[in-house]
Design a protein around this ligand. Structure first.
Ligand SMILES: NC(=O)C1=CN([C@@H]2O[C@H](COP(=O)(O)OP(=O)(O)OC[C@H]3O[C@@H](n4cnc5c(N)ncnc54)[C@H](OP(=O)(O)O)[C@@H]3O)[C@@H](O)[C@H]2O)C=CC1
Ligand SMILES: CC(=O)[C@@H](O)[C@H](O)COP(=O)(O)O
Ligand SMILES: [Mn+2]
Length: 380
């Protein structure tokens, strides 16, 4: 029996993780979980799974949750996320929270020797050097949940990194893949939230539309698989059937395919190195799809992808700034305070304005993250 702590249970990845736990009650048990503001959902999870611990984002929400607690202890805020991650009975942390708020609980769980199933890419982007170094020191596995990284992990199948020549991430192109830059001047929030292939939380859906999602994923791949940026490529593949590829030194390319369904990589991270059936996942029938399309990425059309390569290559605190500026700008777009194209303008300004700190520690990361958010808010 694997006992699981789950951060971000009420989100898109969180609810699908609960589906997997529900599907295999003999394999998995939910020990502790967090939500943000969705208290009704937390009450349902407590009634169904009877976990030991729940964390909510805000202290004032504890009163709303109290009538549903029974034997479940309730905590709140960033310390609450850490307490969930550190629950002594859990051996696995599924980090499905959105944003760099996931960093401290991830580092805490690694230091406590727990396996990490990581969906929360912002944590790896903002402080990949700290997370991977802590995982190495404590002998902890970082198991990818993100579909592209799970695809690479599966295609690698334990091969030594010396035999890899290139990682090839696929990008759907997001909501505006067929629009020109001129078209982007007048797109709306509603348009941006319509992802062609995946149903996901609002922040990542906007990231897909700006192509920042792929930028974050390039940096995530660098940290998870230890390859330099000149060995990480992106190809536009509008069907999202090939989830990513690995090219080996002999030019052989391994790809992982499947119909778009996040429960597949989530379940693989939970069962690794084993596999379990997922009977109601739609079988891939290539004849139904007929044709798969591929296109070279245009880094002027998708400027956020260029920013991410620049931030990743420069390293130090620049990825922290890019990530925090993106989080703040996307939040402002979701609140209709800025236009779609202002997201990338604000990120570029924040990166330009920052003096890079070469090897930031946790406290510096937190300060630089907060400063980048303040900078973006000050420009709006
Ligand atoms: N959705 C997907 O298919 C994929 C997602 N990812 C990554 O997984 C992560 C989660 O994405 P997704 O599930 O789509 O996001 P959602 O927005 O659907 O869910 C986010 C979760 O985090 C909680 N949350 C948000 N802010 C805070 C906070 N400050 N403190 C505590 N909890 C908070 C939310 O709580 P509440 O709703 O209760 O307020 C919710 O449970 C992201 O990093 C994303 O990039 C990666 C690959 C695919
Ligand atoms: C499902 C998943 O992993 C998302 O990150 C997805 O990849 C988004 O698609 P694009 O960023 O390629 O549009
Ligand atoms: Mn992805």
């Amino acid at each position: 029996m694997k006992r699981i702590s789950l951060l971000g249970a009420s989100g898109s990845i969180g609810t699908q993780t609960l589906d997997i736990i529900r599907l295999h009650p003999e394999q998995f048990q939910l020990t502790a979980f967090s939500v943000g503001r969705n208290i009704e959902f937390a009450a349902k999870v407590i009634a169904e799974f009877g976990p030991d611990l729940v964390s909510v984002q805000r202290r004032e929400d504890l009163d709303r949750l109290r009538p549903f607690l029974a034997h479940t202890k309730a905590v709140y805020g960033e310390n609450g996320l850490l307490e969930v991650a550190l629950h002594p009975d859990s051996s696995l942390l599924v980090n499905a929270v959105v944003g760099s708020v996931g960093l401290v609980p991830t580092l805490g769980a690694i230091e406590a020797g727990k396996t990490i199933a990581i969906a929360n890419k912002e944590t790896l982007v903002t402080a990949g050097h700290l997370v991977t170094e802590a995982a190495r020191r404590h002998g902890v596995d970082l198991l990818p949940v993100d579909s592209e990284h799970s695809a690479i992990f599966q295609a690698l199948n334990g091969e030594d990194e010396k035999r890899i020549s290139r990682l090839i991430l696929t990008a759907s192109g997001g909501s505006f893949r067929d629009q020109t830059r001129a078209d982007l001047e007048s797109v709306t929030l509603e348009d941006a939230l319509k992802h062609p292939n995946w149903s996901m939380g609002s922040k990542i859906t906007i990231d897909s539309a700006t192509m920042m999602n792929k930028g974050l994923e390039v940096i995530e791949a660098h940290w998870l698989f230890g390859l330099p940026y000149n060995q990480i490529d992106v190809v536009l593949h509008k069907e999202s059937i090939i989830h990513s590829m690995v090219e080996f030194v002999d030019r052989s390319v391994m790809a992982q395919l499947g119909t778009p369904d996040m429960r597949v990589p989530i379940q693989y991270a939970l069962t690794y190195p084993d596999r379990l059936p997922l009977p109601d996942a739609k079988q891939l029938q290539l004849w139904e799809i007929g044709t798969l399309h591929f296109q070279q990425m245009d880094l002027e059309r998708f400027r956020c992808l260029r920013f991410a390569y620049e931030a990743g290559r420069m390293g130090g605190s620049l990825p922290t700034v890019m990530n925090a500026a993106n989080e703040a700008a996307v939040e402002a777009f979701l609140q209709r305070k800025i236009s779609f194209l202002q997201i990338e303008e604000l990120i570029e300004q924040a990166m330009y304005h920052h003096t890079v700190c070469p090897n930031p520690g946790l406290e510096e990361i937190r300060e630089i993250d907060a400063a980048a958010r303040r900078y973006v808010m000050g420009q709006i």
